[in-house]
Structure formats: structure tokens, C-alpha cells
Design a protein around this ligand. Structure first.
Ligand SMILES: NC(=O)c1ccc[n+]([C@@H]2O[C@H](COP(=O)([O-])OP(=O)(O)OC[C@H]3O[C@@H](n4cnc5c(N)ncnc54)[C@H](OP(=O)(O)O)[C@@H]3O)[C@@H](O)[C@H]2O)c1
Length: 250
């Protein structure tokens, strides 16, 4: 497998911390120039940027709200100036509330859809025409498996992200003519040391995973590097689960 991303300009959203940070560090290790996006976590973003620079990588910080098209347009202007163009986007940012639909206020479900669904459309609308003009590009969207299985406590984000899966499949047909690949990576539960489960609950959750453990950030980075690489040039419109076997969707 050729996983080199040498010289590629890669925008990773929500990359100050967590899974996005892991992806940014892994892509920088493969030689990518990183556009490190954050919304509120400025301090963490600066720390992650420093780590990338220590790896010898080039990094530019960009801030904005995915739900606001004008923010995304401003980010593109900055990146056009700094990098010339963006080759690949990993949309890792998201916002999901964990509760029953009947506990929602309308402004809350609207905000979730604005970020998880319209955020993807805002990115694609802003960045993909240039990718298509360059005849190369990759767009990877990260969702949770709930987008396909359903989850009564993630009901709105699951629905919004189900919409992005459909959107990216249709987009893959159009963008494929210009050698731009669009794929979705669908995650099971990733343990970043912040789960508030007691021992009994944790054991019950882990039992649902055939591989008998929750995921780690490193379990996610490999598939993202692969999908960003030339080795994945003939893969588009797909949904790939990284979930310890929790759900086995055809
Ligand atoms: N962790 C899991 O077990 C799991 C499971 C399934 C799916 N996922 C998905 O995988 C991705 C990464 O998960 P994670 O747990 O590492 O991180 P996360 O806390 O769910 O979210 C990642 C980042 O999204 C950014 N964000 C939130 N609202 C935004 C907005 N309106 N505009 C722009 N950015 C916004 C935040 O950036 P700032 O902090 O800078 O504000 C946050 O750091 C998420 O999309 C998540 O839903 C995670």
C-alpha cells in the first residue's frame, strides 16, 4: 500500500483534539500539509499544531462554525492563500446530543442538523468545485453507526448523518467524472478516556462488541490514511465501518 501523502494539502475539521487530532497527526506523519480546523478549542488546536510542527509538518490553523457557510468560505480563502489549493477533506467535526427526541427543543434539533448535515453541504459547496477542476480530490465524512442502525438516544444526529451518507453517494457519481472520491467512515464507540461508565455498564457495552473491546483513536486513523491515499483511488461512494464488529451492515 502506498500511504504517502507527501505534499498533499489536507483539511481536517474538528482536529484540535480527540479523533480529529489523531487523524491530523497521522496524516502529518505521512507528509501531508495540515489545515487544522477548530471551532471553540483554540488552546488544544494550538497544542496539536505545535505537535505537528515538531513532527516536521506544515500546519495552518483555521477556525469556524461548520453550520455557517460564510465561515467555510473564509476558511477557503485562507487556505487558498496559504496552500494554493486543498486536495482532501476529512470532515470529522460533529455535534450530537444524547437524549430522547421528546426532550428536544426545536432550536436544538435544528442546530444538530445544521452542523451534521448542512455542515457537509457547506464544505462540499465551497471546496469541491476546485477539486473537480483539478481533477483530483478526496472527501471523507465521519459518522457513527447510528446513522444506519438507528439509536433512540442519538436520533437527530443519526438522521442528519444518514442524510449525508445518501448525499455523498449521489455526489460520488457526479464528482467521479473528475476523479474526486467521496466516502463515509462509520464508527462504533471510541474510548478516549472520557466515558462516564461504571464498571458494570462498561462490561455490558463491551459485550456487544465481537472484538471484546471499545475502539481507540489509532483504530480509526489507519482507514482514513488509506482512503486519503492513492491506494484508494478506485473506491468511492462507500460506507466503511470501523466498529469492532458491533454492527455488520451489508
Ligand atoms: N467518539 C466516539 O465514540 C464516536 C462514535 C461515533 C462517531 N463519532 C464521530 O466522530 C467524530 C469525532 O469524534 P470525537 O469524539 O473525537 O469528537 P467530538 O467531540 O464528537 O467532536 C469533534 C469536534 O467537532 C467540533 N465541532 C462541534 N460543533 C462544531 C461546529 N458547529 N462547527 C465546527 N466544528 C464543530 C468540535 O470542535 P471544537 O472543540 O474546536 O469546538 C469538536 O472538537 C465526531 O463527528 C463524532 O460524532 C465519534
Amino acid at each position: 500500500m502506498n500511504s504517502s501523502l507527501q505534499g498533499k494539502n489536507v483539511l481536517i475539521t474538528g482536529a484540535a483534539k480527540g479523533i480529529g487530532r489523531g487523524i491530523a497527526l497521522a496524516a502529518a506523519s505521512e507528509g501531508a500539509n495540515i489545515a487544522l480546523h477548530y471551532r471553540g478549542s483554540e488552546e488544544e488546536a494550538m497544542k496539536t499544531a505545535k505537535e505537528i510542527e515538531e513532527l516536521g509538518g506544515k500546519v495552518t490553523l483555521v477556525q469556524g462554525d461548520l453550520a455557517h457557510l460564510e465561515d467555510i468560505k473564509r476558511i477557503k480563502e485562507t487556505l487558498d492563500e496559504k496552500f494554493g489549493h486543498v486536495d482532501c477533506i476529512v470532515n470529522n467535526a460533529g455535534w450530537a446530543q444524547v437524549k430522547s427526541f421528546f426532550q428536544y427543543e426545536p432550536e436544538e434539533w435544528k442546530r444538530e442538523v445544521d452542523i451534521c448535515f448542512y455542515g457537509v453541504l457547506n464544505l462540499v459547496h465551497t471546496f469541491m468545485p476546485a477539486m473537480m477542476e483539478n481533477n483530483q480530490g478526496k472527501f471523507i465524512n465521519i459518522v457513527g453507526d447510528s446513522a444506519r442502525t438507528g439509536d433512540r438516544n442519538l436520533i437527530v444526529s443519526a438522521a442528519a448523518r444518514g442524510g449525508t451518507i445518501s448525499f455523498l453517494k449521489s455526489l460520488a457519481i457526479e464528482a467521479g467524472r473528475n476523479n474526486v472520491q467521496c466516502n463515509t467512515v462509520s464508527l462504533g464507540l471510541i474510548d478516549q478516556g472520557e466515558l462516564n461508565f461504571n464498571e458494570a455498564t462498561l462490561a455490558k457495552v463491551v459485550k456487544q462488541y465481537p472484538l471484546k473491546r471499545l475502539g481507540k483513536v489509532d483504530d480509526v486513523t489507519g482507514i482514513i490514511l488509506f482512503l486519503l491515499s492513492e491506494s484508494a483511488d478506485w473506491i468511492t461512494g462507500q460506507v466503511i465501518s470501523v466498529n469492532g464488529g458491533h454492527s455488520m451492515l451489508g
